[in-house]
Design a protein around this ligand. Structure first.
Ligand code: GDP
Length: 401
């Protein structure tokens, strides 16, 4: 009898257990799919081993939680990678390059007074005698136009003024404008070459003596290119001057351009190499390389710039070599130009500090000297004070309205 009772009790317990499991299984299936916990780690396990029937109840020592609450932890504690990234440094939008020279024309005031207005005043004299022509010549020479271009200009002016007879100020202005333009205009394209038609970025090397504004110009040029919709990588290969790399990096950061740099006193060629490599990896449009401008010996300079050129060309053609010259240094600038032209193939000139000089005629002299065009001019220390060179706007600025 006792055995029968025991068997009945066991049977009842077993039936209860089986029905409990089925109910539990059904309950799990009844959860709407969207509300099921998706991330397993966010579900905590009950503290004690569950007993038959326990799963239908809230664990005794836990407060009751709704399904929504079970689902929410994933959103309440987002994984680390979903946290917002630290704010990137603010990237500036440089001014458009078109019309910059017109905007900055007032910065040429010193050249305008000495050269443009000076010439117009002399040409307006009633009697254009030999002394006056000599004064005109002196004005051009003082403004650093150079001897040969000065003689050409004076000759042409004499001829045209003679033909003209009586002269109105407007006629003189037109005449002078035309003749100055003839001196300045060249057939060579003025735009910095940044479109080589290849997969690899255009590579621009910036050379010049330290102090001419080379690094500043490289930074400003990055802004010019960014303003024109190009992506830029900077190579700080001026490892000679202590602050040059920091300076360049700051310029780059302001327009969102990466700067490749190395240790102070490091090998410029290896930085140039890495910069081009980075430019290729980033699919950048242009790689701008700032070089060291030690004019110690011609052989040393040739060695250094030659090496930079060679390592660049292992990866991509070198599209531009821009020579930076300080317009205030006059004849000394021309001497520098000559030395650089002997060691590297200059393809364009950047004349800086034209805002601080009356010697705007250097544009003519340096183009003649090197046979390459002035492509950019520096008209101040501000970030957008580098203007693409436009001969007409330049001459208009010199002779005024
Ligand atoms: P680097 O040694 O040739 O690299 O010379 P930096 O780029 O450091 O420039 C030397 C100084 O010239 C800095 O104070 C620049 O702000 C200044 N500079 C550069 N370009 C111009 C310019 O077009 N106008 C004026 N006024 N100053 C300039």
């Amino acid at each position: 009898m006792e055995i029968v009772i025991l068997a009945v009790v066991i049977a009842v317990v077993l039936v209860g257990a089986v029905s409990g499991l089925v109910i539990g299984g059904r309950r799990k299936k009844q959860l709407p799919p969207a509300e099921r916990p998706s991330a397993a780690p966010t579900i905590t396990t009950p503290p004690a081993e569950p007993r038959v029937g326990d799963e239908a109840e809230t664990p005794r020592d836990e407060s009751r939680r709704t399904i929504e609450e079970v689902d929410l932890p994933a959103a309440e504690a987002p994984p680390a990678e979903a946290e917002p990234a630290p704010a990137a440094p603010e990237v500036e939008v440089p001014e458009p390059t078109e019309g910059r020279l017109v905007r900055l024309r007032a910065r040429l005031a010193r050249s305008q007074n000495a050269l443009g207005k000076g010439l117009l005043t002399l040409l307006s004299r009633e009697h254009l005698d030999e002394d006056t022509w000599e004064e005109i010549e002196d004005t051009l020479l003082t403004a650093d136009v150079g001897v040969a271009p000065t003689q050409e200009l004076v000759e042409r002016l004499r001829e045209r003024v003679r033909v003209l007879g009586t002269r109105t100020p407007q006629e003189l202005r037109t005449l002078l404008r035309e003749e100055l333009l003839k001196l300045i205009a060249t057939d060579a394209p003025r735009a910095v070459k940044t479109d080589n038609g290849l997969e690899t970025p255009a590579v621009v090397m910036v050379v010049g003596v330290n102090g001419t504004g080379k690094t500043t110009t490289t930074g400003k040029l990055a802004r010019v290119l960014v303003a024109d919709g190009k992506s830029v990588v900077l190579g700080a290969a001026d490892t000679f001057r202590a602050a040059a790399a920091d300076q360049l990096q700051t310029w780059g950061e302001r327009v969102g351009a990466r700067t490749v740099r190395g240790p102070e006193g490091g090998d410029p060629a290896s930085i140039a190499f890495d910069a081009v490599k980075e430019g290729i990896a980033e699919h950048a449009d242009v790689v701008l390389i700032d070089t060291a401008g030690r004019l110690h010996t011609k052989a040393g300079l040739m060695d250094e710039l030659g090496k930079v050129k060679r390592v660049v060309e292992k990866q991509a053609p070198l599209d531009e070599v821009l020579l930076v010259l300080d317009a205030t240094t006059g004849q000394n600038g021309l001497v520098q130009a000559r030395v650089f032209a002997e060691v590297v193939n200059i393809t364009g000139i950047v004349l800086t500090k034209l805002d601080g000089t009356a010697k705007g005629g250097i544009v003519v002299a340096v183009q003649r000297e090197l046979g390459v065009p002035v492509k950019l001019i520096g008209l101040g220390e501000g970030p957008d004070d580098l203007a693409p060179f436009d001969p007409e706007a330049f001459v208009d600025a010199l002779i005024g309205d």
